[in-house]
Design a binder for this molecule. Sequence first.
Ligand SMILES: [Zn+2]
Length: 87
Amino acid sequence: MVCCWCGRQTIVHTSFTAINPWRRFYACPDQASDCRFLGWYHPQMCACSTMIIQGLLRPRNELEAHKLLKSTCESERFTVCSVGSCF
Ligand SMILES: [Zn+2]
């Protein structure tokens, strides 16, 4: 059992960053706290494995970026419409 700096039992998350893709880590269960504890569950991957996983994640990241852009465009369109009272 791994405890964070505020004394709680940590939970395990998965990193999706380019530097640590799919690497699991311990974190404080209270994300609103100032604890900021982070401990690695898995050792660092070799450069070859990191490159392969980054390639596998690229389509997913591009899809997420596309969804975010589409969402932003739709919310801006809604704002313009509601300001203009176009019901
Ligand atoms: Zn904590």
